[in-house]
Design a protein around this ligand. Structure first.
Ligand code: GAL
Length: 639
């Protein structure tokens, strides 16, 4: 399958006179997909039940006649102002109990049944009108679930929904009291209707109460999405996609993905580096105009796995796209540098190397008005080409001349679990314990060693295809994963299998896996200035566990306590710093015969079935196999 390019377009922002020219220029740039519609509700239904779809009919026709395929987005992330007259209590409520106001976007609560009916209604109208339209070749549900911290709402609708959800899950308040340990501090309930949301308590709420609320909130996103999917499928067989975000763990993407055909995500490498990633000031300066060299790859690999959850395996694993690709400076990060020339090309190729089918640049033309007027597009506001346009054209030409690149299966699997992220968010125990951060630290180390990684979901039952599996921080193992790990060469921990599903301490204490005789008997979290030194010269930061048991000790701390124990299946009793991760993984790769590299800071590789791709994220040329790769350079060799 050939890779393709796309672009995000807002016909409602421009006069109709320019649509034809825009479409022709898109085609000339080598673009084949155009995503439209996802914020256009106020122009389609300006008053309740007053519809103006004629302009969208014409826009689709103009784009389609030019030879473009349309991805049509349901407009439910931006309900118009009149919706609030109809449903005054539809606004999400923040953790402090304040309703979130109108005047930007995503101002709805996933639990509000009135808004859910509106979402189904407008989706139905869209698909009845365009489901059979030959130009509409894919659908997008809503836009970036969770964006602007909108998964969890502390509203009256959420309270009622949560009480119902709990009643169904536990059947009796006795069972709930037992599961949550509510005897502690006399928190017992005798009626589900008395159970509030876990906000505004005097001191911290009970962790399983919080965890169940996070589970409930995630389920509401899954249901909201599923309701749209059910409407769309009644009238079309075109694939249905959602555009997920970077570093977003507030809902279970695998569960949303199970209802969709293709996963996609919105990749803003420079915005993320400035806004959402930890890193030393030196690291952030070095990669200021390129983005973190591992962040994009990590998300590509997560969303390939989320795409696989949709049950449409391709040779590349799951079907997935980049729905929005940063083309120039964004507007929303604390600082918004411009990309180094070449990065808009590198980011696209890196996505293809990880198996993306399509990369869409966000957006076609920079808007001269409203919130995102400082956000670059492929065109400037005056319609001249912006710098990324030439790079988009170059990628298009390269796709046309390069043979197809499939994604090869990786040697290393990394288990990623959203429930664990919620568990540790509810009960971090150390201020900087964060599931994304822990999994990303392990992933980055793999990348520094030049390893190909598959991310796998927490219900994985077969790891036999991998030479090495990493499962850090998986709070509670599902039975299939427990089984699979017992037969795998794997490194688990810290914190893996140390809690029940209700976030209490199991008896016998964990981990409880066949073939690994060890128990975590004490844990300590450490402030940033503290560390535990290890006999191999490495160190643990943030977190450290004391183990008991007969598993062979592979590495000790300098105080004599075991740091890694086990044989084929090993437990890691702390959070290694970067250099220590590298030492540990290099050693395990040597044992199982996985080839690894020593890559210079910023050089990254990814193998496909047919090619080895090399990317230079560094601001200076870096050597690879006797050649120098320029900054922002992409290099590929046939394998
Ligand atoms: C995404 C969003 C787009 C646009 C973009 C700006 O989060 O889906 O609508 O806001 O960011 O970078």
């Amino acid at each position: 399958m050939k890779r393709t390019l796309g672009v995000c377009y807002y016909p409602e922002h421009w006069s109709e006179d320019v649509w034809t020219d825009d479409a022709a220029r898109m085609v000339e740039a080598g673009i084949s997909w155009v995503r439209i519609g996802e914020f256009a509700w106020s122009r389609l239904e300006p008053q309740p039940d007053v519809f103006k779809f004629d302009w969208l009919d014409r826009a689709i026709e103009v784009l389609g006649d030019a030879g473009l395929k349309v991805i049509l987005g349901t407009p439910t992330a931006t309900p118009p102002r009149w919706m609030l007259e109809k449903h005054p209590d539809m606004l999400a409520v923040d953790e402090e109990g304040r309703p979130r106001g109108f005047g930007s976007r995503r101002h709805y609560c996933f639990s509000h049944l009135g808004y859910r009916a509106e979402s189904k209604r407008i989706t139905r109208m869209f698909v009845e009108r365009y489901g059979a339209n030959p130009h509409v070749a894919a659908w997008q549900t809503d836009n970036e679930y969770a964006c602007h911290d909108t998964t969890r709402s502390y509203s009256a609708s959420a309270t009622a929904g949560f009480q119902n959800w709990l009643a169904q899950k536990y059947q009796s308040t006795e069972a709930l009291n037992r599961a949550w340990g509510n005897v502690f501090w006399s928190m017992e309930y005798d009626d589900f209707a008395d159970i509030g949301l876990p906000n505004l308590t005097v001191t911290e709420p009970n962790h399983p109460h919080v965890l169940d609320f996070y589970r409930y909130s995630s389920d509401m996103v899954v249901e909201f999405n599923r309701e749209q999917v059910e409407e769309i499928r009644k009238h079309t067989n075109a694939p249905i996609i959602h555009n997920y975000m970077g570093r977003e763990t507030s809902f279970d993407h695998f569960k949303v993905g199970a209802d969709l055909d293709i996963a996609s995500w919105d990749s803003y490498p420079i915005g993320f580096l400035s806004d959402r990633l930890e890193g030393t000031p030196e690291h952030k300066l070095r990669f200021l105009r390129q983005g973190d060299p591992d962040n994009q790859a990590f998300h590509h690999d997560i969303y390939r796995a989320v795409g696989l959850a949709g049950g449409n395996p391709s040779p590349a694993g799951g079907r997935w796209w980049v729905m929005e690709q940063q083309p120039g400076p964004v507007n929303w990060a604390p600082y918004n540098p411009a990309p180094l020339p070449g990065m808009a090309r590198l980011w696209a190729w890196e996505a293809f190397a990880h198996g993306a089918e399509t990369v869409c640049y966000f957006r076609w033309r920079q808007a001269p008005f409203a919130q995102e007027q400082m956000h670059a597009g492929l065109l400037r506001p005056d319609s001249a080409d912006a710098p990324a346009m030439a790079e988009c054209k170059q990628v298009a030409a390269e796709i046309a001349s390069l043979p197809d690149v499939g994604t090869a299966k990786a040697d290393v699997a990394l288990v990623f679990d959203y429930e664990s992220a919620w568990g540790w968010e509810a009960q971090p125990q150390g201020a900087d314990f964060d599931m994304f951060r822990l999994a990303f630290a392990a992933y980055r180390s793999c990348r520094r060693l030049g390893l190909n990684v598959d991310i796998v979901p927490p219900n994985t039952s077969d790891l036999s295809g991998y030479r090495l599996t990493l499962a850090p921080g998986i709070m509670h193992l599902s039975d299939p994963l427990r089984n699979a790990l017992s037969n795998a060469t794997a490194l688990i921990g810290p914190r893996t299998d140390t809690k029940t599903e209700h976030l209490s301490i199991p008896t016998p204490m964990g981990p409880n896996l066949d073939g690994l005789d060890t128990t975590v008997v004490l844990t300590e979290s450490l402030p940033p200035q503290a560390s535990v030194s290890l006999e191999n010269g490495g160190q643990f930061l943030h977190w450290r566990e004391i183990l008991e048991g007969n598993a062979p000790v592979k590495l000790r701390a300098t105080d004599g306590a075991p740091a890694i124990v086990g044989d084929k299946l090993r437990y890691l009793a702390g959070w290694p710093d970067d250099a220590t991760w590298d030492m540990i993984l290099r050693g395990m790769c040597d044992e199982v015969g996985v080839t690894h590299h020593v890559l210079p800071d910023g050089l990254r590789i990814r193998d496909t079935e047919t090619h080895r791709f090399v990317f230079n994220y560094a601001p200076e040329p870096l050597p690879w196999n006797g050649t120098d790769i320029a900054p922002a350079g992409v290099h590929w060799d046939a394998l």
